[in-house]
Design a protein around this ligand. Structure first.
Ligand code: FE
Length: 130
């Protein structure tokens, strides 16, 4: 089995961002568009000081694993503190979002049970930017 395209270094992946989500940047790590992978995908997202990941939900379940910074995750009707080492399971269509009120970026890995992140249909609880 040829396995070169199954290994990714965090530092080699480029950061991406979108105008509608100020203060957020993300990388694709394991993703069928970049690696010879399927069925699972992995990426990293950084939430700058004062930024939020707006509450949203989607059909596939998701895992968050925090590796840097501190902040709060909105999960369903609750808000929980998160720090490096916090892992969160997000059930199908359970609303979730993030708030970073700290002075450092809040960073985590996400995992989806899909070939790629592009398959995820995001449903935001209210229009982004409002
Ligand atoms: Fe999500």
């Amino acid at each position: 089995m040829i396995t070169q395209n199954l290994i990714v270094q965090m530092e080699d992946a480029d950061w991406n961002s979108v105008e509608e989500m100020p203060g957020l940047r993300y990388k694709f790590l394991i993703d069928a568009n970049h690696t010879d992978s399927r069925g699972l995908s992995l990426g990293a997202l950084e939430v700058a000081t004062g930024a939020v990941l707006p509450p949203h939900h989607h059909a596939p379940q998701e895992i968050y694993l925090f590796y840097s910074g501190v902040g709060e995750v909105i999960l369903g009707d609750d808000v929980h503190a998160v720090k490096p080492g916090t892992a969160v399971f997000i059930p199908e269509h359970c609303g979730h979002g993030l708030i970073n009120k700290s002075t450092e970026p809040l960073a985590f890995y996400w995992i989806f049970p899909t070939d790629s992140w592009e398959e995820i249909e995001y449903i935001f609880d209210k229009p982004v930017g409002d």
